[in-house]
Ligand binder design. Structure first.
Ligand SMILES: Cc1cc2nc3c(=O)[nH]c(=O)nc-3n(C[C@H](O)[C@H](O)[C@H](O)COP(=O)(O)O)c2cc1C
Length: 382
């Protein structure tokens, strides 16, 4: 699947910022769009896949979270609600009632995905059991598992995944981490790609901090087969990024992001805001995902409506200052053109003798898998 893409750029699934139109635009431009379906129920997933299928023949991915059903202790829920009460008052919201459900049911979402069989499905927050992966693959669905450590990549390999998305600590949004704690899993994209490449024999997608042609070229040079780019698309026309978040991105100070679990109960990277700062001293005691996430839902929506960035999630990666405006298809093509130019220029300057680069192409440099080759605009090989 990855080697069939004419542009090895996957538009990252971004819940709250990416619906069908951006995925269609990127897939039709030659990259691979992703539809963020974690918040969708089975019927909504089926409807989205039907909409995607009628708009593109190209590969695309549907993305969901791997979650265990939860039955929280009422005292945990009460404490979380008390913590949020003053913030709800600030936005004129009534006292909180307990949500009907805490999150979508992963098993039901997987069943829906298998029924409608999109070309690819990507997963984060956990690893599916091998029999579920086998059911997806039997339906001809390309399975991509997100890993933030080598151990997580090995878990997905053992489960039978087709490819690994290596999510470095630079990445915007939630950490996909599911085996060790956040601190043990805070690995930069450069180390993560190299160490997973050395340990796991699957196609590899690099994610995290990749926002321009230089970043794409670097990730491919590290041995990635494709890149997954999120933050770079947040200002695109087709992204559904809320207006206050767009403003926050455009006006971001230098080095503006932090990791927080205050908003959802799971560590995520976003532009720092008042709620994140206020919760920082008690961050460890905040209710876990998806409890906190469900309980802050109304509050975040009210903040967006009030055009306020105080309590909303401003998910964005460390390279957020490089996010660009424009049409998603143009961004995709420009990123790839830029990456190709960078690779050409660097090969000319640092590539060594023709013999050296030939050896590299044949995979004799310490790659477990031979690096793929790309067709340059002028028809030559990159
Ligand atoms: C606003 C936002 C929402 C995200 N939502 C999801 C999601 O729904 N599913 C998922 O697998 N990853 C999600 N991510 C993470 C991305 O898939 C990807 O790992 C990340 O964007 C890559 O790093 P970058 O933002 O530096 O490009 C999200 C990222 C952002 C910025």
């Amino acid at each position: 699947m990855l080697s069939r893409l004419s542009i090895p750029i996957i538009q990252a699934p971004m819940l709250g910022a990416t619906t069908e139109p951006i995925a269609i635009a990127v897939s039709n431009a030659g990259g691979m769009g992703s539809f963020a379906a974690a918040g969708s129920n089975p019927d909504q997933i089926k409807a989205s896949v039907a909409a995607m299928n009628s708009a593109t023949q190209a590969p695309y991915a549907v993305n969901i979270f791997v979650l265990d059903p939860v039955d929280p202790d009422p005292s945990v829920v009460r404490a979380a609600m008390e913590l949020l009460a003053p913030w709800r008052e600030r936005y004129g919201l009534p006292p909180q009632s307990i949500p009907n459900s805490w999150a979508q049911n992963t098993a039901a979402q997987v069943d829906a995905i298998i029924e409608v069989a999109p070309p690819a499905a990507s997963f984060t927050f956990g690893c599916l059991p091998a029999d579920e992966v086998a059911r997806l693959k039997a339906a001809n669905i390309y399975v991509i598992g997100t890993a933030t450590t080598v151990a997580e990549a090995k878990a997905w390999e053992a489960a039978g995944a087709d490819a690994i998305c290596a999510q470095g600590i630079e990445a915007g949004g939630h950490r996909g981490t599911f085996l060790a704690d956040m601190h043990a899993s805070a690995i930069g994209t450069m180390s993560l790609v190299r160490t997973i490449r050395a340990a796991v024999d699957l196609p590899l997608i690099a994610a995290g901090g990749i926002t321009d042609g230089e970043g794409i070229a670097a990730a491919l040079m590290l041995g990635a087969d494709a890149v997954q780019v999120g933050t770079a698309y947040l200002l695109s026309e087709e992204a559904t990024t809320p207006a206050p978040q767009r403003e926050a991105i455009l006006n971001a100070p230098d080095d503006p992001t932090r990791l927080t679990r205050a908003i959802s109960g799971r560590y995520a990277r976003g532009i720092d805001n008042e709620f994140m700062r206020a919760m920082r001293p008690i961050e460890d005691s905040i209710a876990p995902y998806p409890i906190q996430n469900a309980l802050t839902g109304e509050l975040r929506a009210a903040a967006i409506k009030a055009n306020s960035t105080d309590v909303m999630s401003l998910w964005a990666g460390q390279s957020v200052k490089l996010a660009r405006s424009g049409k998603a298809a143009d961004i995709t093509r420009d990123l790839w053109k830029q990456a190709q130019a960078v690779m050409r220029a660097r090969t000319t300057r640092f590539g060594g003798s023709p013999g050296t680069s030939l050896a590299y192409r044949r995979g004799s440099v310490n790659h477990r898998r031979a690096p793929r080759t790309f067709q340059a605009e002028d028809g030559g090989e990159e």
